[in-house]
Design a protein around this ligand. Structure first.
Ligand code: MOS
Length: 694
């Protein structure tokens, strides 16, 4: 494999695989620094009010305890630590700058000890007294004060939705809901903070090395040149590690105080609150269509929850803007405040939730019209971007419907609900459209030829398990025209050239293009006679859709078979078949694997995932992996994924659009539609658990 020439696009094994299986891949919590001590967070036990007093006398006297940090001894930070901007999210952190309690589970103290066990034990006996205030924990209550957020997705209209509605002959008007969810990568958030004089090094599990660096510097009021972030390996991110949360800065503050490196790893339960999650949504979806299936109007009103101290809007109107050729639309977003931690991006934010609503509504419309669900989508295929009229850089969605339908055996579907059976199992076939935007951001990379004849390419991007190490090396080897084994791609270090967040499915395109351009420039320089060692740094600055008047978005078609036990309501999904139009795959193996992983998430979203908020006290009741259900191997049947042959060179010269998130989209819709087809029961509230079917 290492001798492979022209590796781009091939199903190359992960270049970091050997390091992972031999334990040489270093994750953030594994750096064994000299004098390392351990920190454990103490969190609030009430959802609203203020801290009246903290008694840490006993905790401080415990064996091994070095330091207990509370609001009483935390240094005042610029702007009380609350205005720190973490592009793109602008997170508001909890840094013990005041006594306000905004949610149950909010950090309120930090215990540092010689060992983790000592810190955990002492954290358990920090006594916090509260003056409580009424909290808003019921969504029905919160909704009364819903508002349109200032930041985040803006309301969108095009055409004349009233006129469009008047032209309609068949209508759908339904409410679809999705629950609060929390991301749980295998590796929880973890930070080691290490000061050497004025210089801070953070080993942090993050999707955004540059973002952590800039946010921490700004929050502490120190020069960015004094902060360095390393994140060579990340055990999953999914959006929660796209922002810098409180624990990172708290670890840095504590380490400065104790003059030793401090390690802070979040416990599994601490993943449910202080580091975001997917907000609950309610989406009213209204469709109007002519008898021939042509959509004439679309209205979508989305309400999602946010916290009482920061707006995060789940952009569920985003897919609806682009998915069908509807001439008249009005799409609106509102948020309602709960006393919970601020939600955030979670795999395919907006698209995962939004496609559930629109794809179920389209299925309901298809049934009312007596038109096959695939046919209805073809009738309304968007040949250009519907809201702006821009042409697509490349779109092969029609091929996706055709290919996936053929592999799935869609033609065997008999339309009537409950008409397909296999013994005690009610069999259902459902489908949906998948979609996710294709974006690129500014990214820098440096390419070098070393004296030993090896090429080294560096970029401060992250590999969050997706395969960035591998595709970076593939792009470089391809461009340089050398075997893969002659290239080393290094990432996850803020000393390397700046890269954007590994989010929004834009890493392959952004980093790939920076690596490509740096390698091209290096090659050029070598051709003019430069000799090793030589290096070239390049910035790749892509222009956006509006500048180019070009719509860039990926699409796909997802088909699901479900089997529902006629007596017990048990739901099984023996197979999902999907085909995607995502541009060129840079690695056929990691690429298909990413898409399959996204579908597994979709399965969890459809049938299992739900964070249950105790409305009496504001805690998530099922805050562990025993009670918060995600699919295990036994829940996952065949996942058959292909991509159409495509090379989106109008988007970028690599032809690749990014694949991190599209896999989850459409899946919950396809499964909900299949459950309806099997049972005749339309479940519009995720997750579809058996109690809702009985
Ligand atoms: Mo993804 S939710 O943009 O990390």
């Amino acid at each position: 494999m290492n001798d492979m020439a022209h590796p781009l696009g091939r199903g190359v094994d992960r270049v970091d695989g050997p390091r992972k299986v031999t334990g040489r891949a270093m994750y953030s919590a594994e750096f064994a620094l000299e004098g390392l001590c351990h920190a454990v967070l103490v969190r609030t036990t009430v959802p609203s009010g203020r801290v009246a007093s903290i008694d840490a006398v006993q905790a401080r006297a415990m064996p091994g305890v070095i330091f207990v940090m509370t609001h009483e001894n935390t240094p005042a930070l610029p702007q009380k630590g609350r205005a720190a901007v973490n592009p793109p999210a602008g997170r508001v952190m909890t840094l013990f700058q005041d006594t306000t309690v905004r949610y149950n589970g909010e950090p309120v103290a930090l215990v540092v000890a010689e060992t983790y066990e000592q810190a955990a034990e002492a954290a358990g006996i920090v006594h916090v007294r509260y003056e409580t205030k009424d909290a808003v924990l019921g969504f029905a209550h919160a909704k009364r004060d819903a508002y349109r957020p200032e930041r985040g997705p803006q309301d969108t209209r095009w055409g004349d939705v009233e006129r469009g509605r008047a032209q309609g002959e068949v209508f759908v008007d339904e409410m679809y809901t999705t629950p609060m969810e929390h991301h749980n990568p295998m590796e929880p958030h973890a930070t080691i903070a290490h000061w050497e004089g004025p210089h801070l090094t953070l080993f942090d599990s993050t999707q955004y090395v540059a973002g952590v660096r800039e946010t921490v510097a700004k929050t502490l009021g120190i020069s960015i040149d004094h902060v360095e972030v390393r994140s060579p390996f990340v055990g999953g991110g999914f959006g929660c590690k796209g922002s810098t949360w409180s624990h990172v800065v708290l670890a840095a503050l504590a380490a400065r105080q104790v003059r030793r490196p401090v390690k802070l790893v979040l416990e599994r339960r601490q993943m449910f609150g202080p580091v975001g999650g997917r907000p609950r949504t309610e989406q009213r979806m209204r469709l109007a269509a002519k008898r021939d299936g042509t959509l004439t109007a679309l209205r979508q009103d989305v309400l999602s929850h946010t916290s009482v101290f920061e707006d995060y809007t789940e952009p569920a109107t985003r897919p609806t803007k682009a998915i069908y050729a509807v001439p008249n639309a009005a799409l609106a977003q509102k948020v309602a405040q709960l006393n919970v931690g601020t939600p955030t991006f979670m795999r395919a934010p907006g698209e995962a939730t939004g496609t559930f609503a629109i794809e179920c509504a389209m299925d309901e419309l298809a049934e009312k019209l007596g038109i096959d669900p695939v046919e209805l989508r073809l009738i309304n295929h968007a040949d250009v971007d519907p809201s702006r009229g821009y042409p697509w850089s490349s779109k092969k969605l029609k091929e996706c419907y055709a290919q996936a339908a053929a592999r799935f055996g869609w033609e065997k579907r008999t339309p009537a609900p409950g008409s397909m059976r296999d013994g005690r199992w009610l069999v259902g076939y459902g489908m949906a459209t998948a979609t996710y935007p294709a974006e690129m951001e500014k990214c820098r990379a440096v390419a070098m030829l070393e004296e030993d004849g090896r090429y080294v390419v560096r970029c401060s991007t992250q590999d969050i398990g997706t395969g960035t190490y591998t595709i970076g090396a593939q792009v470089a080897a391809e461009v340089l025209g050398v075997p893969l084994g002659q290239v080393r791609f290094e990432l996850g270090d803020s000393r390397f050239p700046r890269a954007p967040v590994s989010g929004g499915s834009m890493t392959a395109a952004s980093v790939g293009m920076a690596v490509r351009n740096a390698c091209l420039a290096l090659k050029e320089k070598l051709l003019t006679g430069a000799t090793a060692p030589v290096s070239v740094e390049i910035e790749h600055s892509p222009s956006g859709e509006d500048e180019r008047k070009l719509a860039t978005r990926s699409f796909g078609a997802v088909f699901a078979e479900v089997r529902v036990d006629r007596d017990l309501g048990v739901i099984r999904v023996p197979r999902v078949v999907a085909t995607y139009s995502v541009g060129r795959l840079l690695n056929a193996k990691t690429g298909i694997n990413q898409l399959q992983g996204g579908i597994v998430w979709g399965l969890g979203m459809a049938l299992m995932e739900e964070s249950l908020l105790d409305e009496r006290n504001g805690r998530v009741v099922n805050s562990d992996l025993a009670e918060y259900h995600v699919p295990v191997n036994a829940d996952v049947g065949t996942i058959d994924v292909t991509v159409v042959d495509e090379n989106d060179i109008a988007f970028n010269e690599l032809g690749a659009r990014g694949i991190g998130e599209i896999g989850i989209t459409g899946v919950a819709g396809a499964i909900a539609n299949a459950v309806y087809h099997a049972t005749g029961r339309r479940i519009r509230d995720l997750p579809i658990t058996l109690d809702k079917l009985l």
